[in-house]
Design a protein around this ligand. Structure first.
Ligand code: SF4
Length: 244
């Protein structure tokens, strides 16, 4: 179906992204924009609640080629407004800057979902982003308890600091599983983010149905959370509670 179109004729970029999936249309992955989402293959962390474990292996062959993506986007010009690079962790792929440049040249805005796993890679792609959904795992000292990787807290917060200084529009989001978080830690995290100048914050409740760590069951939201949400609403210009 896509074989007649050769994107290399139009876009001289060397994009070798491994893409594990494509969501053709969404209204919720880039605020106020009709977008598609590219799920990039590979992640260096192992968050216990990860609900995309099939995207973690960097070796897995992407199910969609970059030329198929470009052909898809060419047909969606004027219909979609933005392309969101999600994961896995998209910034780990060396081809990401070229891929972002290519979709920009096609007239789409560029969105990125990232946990800033590698700050140097984050620095490289930020100038190419119009909006970032930044995954703050926890307070810096608690991040490794979630990701299972030493040093992940420093990387996560260093990338956040970079994002804050970049001028790129963004929101912070934190996935909460109640076996890994309690309300006190969540409150301290939110206060720290607000003090840094974060204006948009979302709590995403972990999906119990599909998680990397099968030992992690569903956990009941503590009663005191009912008092926390109104407080968080006061801390930020925009606060949302979502099912992840
Ligand atoms: S949830 Fe964690 S392990 Fe899963 S893709 Fe995101 S950063 Fe990687």
């Amino acid at each position: 179906m896509f074989s007649l179109y050769n994107p290399a004729d139009e876009f001289p970029h060397d994009c070798s992204l491994r893409i594990g999936g494509l969501l053709p249309m969404t209204t919720i992955d880039y605020p106020n924009h009709l977008a598609c989402v590219l799920f990039c293959q590979g992640c260096a962390w192992r968050c216990r609640y990860c609900h995309n474990p099939e995207l973690i292996s960097p070796q897995a062959t992407g199910s969609i080629s970059w030329s198929e993506v470009l052909a898809f986007l060419r047909k969606r010009r004027g219909l979609l407004e933005a392309v969101v690079f999600s994961g896995g962790e998209a910034t780990l792929q060396p081809g990401l800057p070229d891929a972002m440049s290519a979709v920009r040249e096609m007239g789409f805005k560029v969105g990125l979902h990232s946990a800033g796993i590698k700050p140097t890679a984050m620095r490289r792609v930020l100038p190419l982003c119009d909006w970032v959904g930044f995954d703050v795992k926890a307070l810096e000292e608690d991040v490794a308890l979630i990701t299972g990787v030493n040093g992940s807290g420093r990387a996560n917060w260093q990338s956040l600091e970079m994002l804050l200084g970049s001028g790129v529009d963004f929101e912070c989001r934190t996935t909460v599983h109640w076996q890994l978080f309690d309300c006190q830690r969540l409150e301290r995290l939110a206060e720290r983010l607000a003090a840094l100048g974060v204006q948009r914050f979302a709590i995403q409740l972990a999906r119990p149905a599909k998680m990397l760590d099968k030992q992690l069951g569903s956990a009941v939201m503590p009663d005191e959370a009912a008092e926390l949400w109104p407080y968080l609403q006061q801390l930020f210009d925009h606060f949302e509670l979502r099912d992840a």
